[in-house]
Ligand binder design. Structure first.
Ligand code: NAD
Length: 494
């Protein structure tokens, strides 16, 4: 891995449209500065609606020509496998780019990159297994065939927190299915998506299949809206905040586009008194502090049984020392800065709110010791004695801020856990499989972990939200089906 001394030069990127690298139509650019130290880490084209339109038209033409959408699945699988190999080969450069732009520790960015390579392998295998269905025994003189076809041109709009992994959940199935794409990454983290465009081209993806437009701030929303509203686009796969997701949904009504929305969360992490305490404490810690809490599925509402809550919270607070905030390039760093000034201000607002609403156990302020002062760091924070009506229990903070609530029994905790507009993920910690399953079945959330948080290693299971956490699923077979239409062919035998 790159050492602290090996700072890369500032990279100047171009957009990728119809197989060509291109500046923005007007030649405008924007920069990204590191949330760790304010250095400029990348310069990108500030593309506008005209650039997006070019990219959309390229994707449309390429899809409609039929060569790609009807290509042998084995060819698409080969491209995905080759891309996976190239991603793994270039893991260091990709991880450096992600660490610079997001501010997350490079060691963790490296994990994100390797996870991305795995997603491409998974969808390569799925491409080879594409199949349909048949109806042959219903009546004597008719046969039915169910076939699947690529959905068409997919608009892909992504956030900044896992810029490479989350886009791979969309690109992998889109390529496996034979779709073409126009991607608009977050303006905070466009670099890895642009690097991926180069990798996909090198892996043999034909021109026009994957196009990327980059644009700054409000322009980003404008370009996102243009993609979401375009009648040349058949589907939008969006990951981001619930507010932006609603705007995408409204725009997508133009041509009754298909949509998958992966939105925000306020996920409950539930600890019963019989839980294996050390594992549950570690899970709660990882659940909230991974990526500085900037994770859609963060375990930001910790619900602990009244019988063990005080002991549990004391242990959890004691783990804070295990977090090392600092330079993302330092292998010892385990938590980076938050993404930008406005997110920092938003988190600070919630810290003040939390101090008024609940009992501050640890943290509660911006972290400014030594070198941290030059970056956008927030102390890992725990609020205890939170009630589910408090703002810090209801709103997504997207920072290292944990709200602790307590409960009495299974019915009580299911009711409280479900009392939220979100339904992305949840976890339950107990040795009693009956309690675990009762709670898991009672929760209105798309993913429930038992005795784990953020995952178990069962990687390729469907992922997505209930309620205002969105709809549609990513990964697994369900994640591939989102990129395909279903056609029934009925044959009358003569
Ligand atoms: P965001 O909604 O601000 O931006 C996401 C993307 O949408 C960006 O590319 C942005 O430019 C674009 N965008 C913004 N406004 C738009 C509009 N009106 N129309 C079209 N596009 C628009 O989100 P963010 O701050 O980048 O990411 C954080 C949010 O993403 C959090 O709410 C988090 O929970 C959510 N998220 C969800 C998941 C999931 O899988 N459910 C994963 C990661 C992040």
């Amino acid at each position: 891995m790159t050492s602290i001394a090996d700072r890369p030069e500032v990279t100047t990127f171009q957009q990728f449209i119809d197989g060509q690298w291109a500046d923005a139509g007007e030649g405008a650019t924007f920069t990204r500065t590191s949330p760790y130290d304010g250095r400029v880490v990348g310069i990108y084209p500030n593309g506008g609606v005209a650039d997006a339109q070019k990219a959309i038209e390229a994707a449309r033409r390429t899809f409609d020509s039929g060569a790609w959408s009807t290509s042998p699945a084995a060819d698409r699988a080969r491209i995905l496998r080759k891309a996976a190999d190239l991603i793994a080969e270039r893991a260091d450069a990709l991880a450096t780019c992600i660490a610079n732009e997001v501010g997350k520790p490079k060691t963790m960015a490296f994990g994100e990159v390797m996870g991305t390579a795995e997603v491409f392998q998974l969808f390569a295998a799925k491409a080879l297994n594409l199949s349909g269905d048949s109806f042959t025994q219903q009546i004597p003189d008719a046969v039915g065939i169910v076939i699947h076809e690529p959905v068409g041109v997919v608009g892909i709009i992504t956030p900044w927190n896992f810029p490479l992994l989350l886009i791979s959940w969309k690109i992998g199935p889109a390529i496996a299915a034979g779709c073409t794409m126009v991607a608009k990454p977050s303006h905070y983290t466009p670099g890895s998506t642009l690097m991926l465009a180069g990798i996909l081209a090198e892996a043999g993806l034909p021109a026009g299949v994957f196009n990327v437009v980059t644009s700054e701030t409000d322009n980003g929303a404008l370009v996102g809206q243009h993609i979401a509203a375009s009648e040349l686009v058949d589907k939008v796969a969006f990951t981001g905040s619930t507010a932006s997701g609603k705007a995408v949904m409204r725009a997508a009504a133009s041509n009754v586009k298909k949509l998958s929305l992966e939105l925000g969360g306020k996920s409950p992490n539930i600890v019963f008194p019989d839980a294996q305490v050390d594992a549950a404490v570690a899970g709660a810690f990882f659940g909230i502090y991974l990526n500085g809490g900037q994770v859609c599925q963060a375990g930001s509402r910790l619900l602990v049984s009244n019988r063990v809550k005080d002991e549990f919270v004391a242990k959890l607070a004691g783990m804070g020392a295990a977090l090392k905030m600092g330079d993302p390039m330092d292998p010892a760093t385990t938590m980076g800065p938050v993404i930008n000034e406005s997110q920092l201000a938003k988190i600070e607002g919630y810290l003040e709110k939390g101090k008024a609403e609940a009992k501050l156990v640890t943290g509660g302020n911006r972290a400014i010791d030594g070198d941290l002062a030059k970056g956008l760091f927030v102390q890992p924070t725990i609020f205890d004695e939170v009630t589910n009506t408090d703002t810090i229990a209801r709103e997504e903070i997207f920072g290292p801020v944990l709200s602790v609530l307590s409960f009495d029994d299974v019915e009580d905790v299911i009711r409280t856990a479900n009392d939220t507009m979100y339904g992305l993920a949840a976890a339950v910690w107990t040795k009693d499989i009956n309690v675990a399953l009762k709670v898991a079945k009672g929760l209105r959330a798309g993913t429930v972990w038992v005795n784990a948080y953020h995952g178990t290693g069962l990687y390729n299971m469907p992922y997505g939200g209930y309620k205002q956490s969105g709809f549609g699923r990513e990964l697994g077979n369900a994640g591939l089906e989102e990129y395909m239409e279903t056609k029934s062919i009925q044959i009358k035998l003569q």
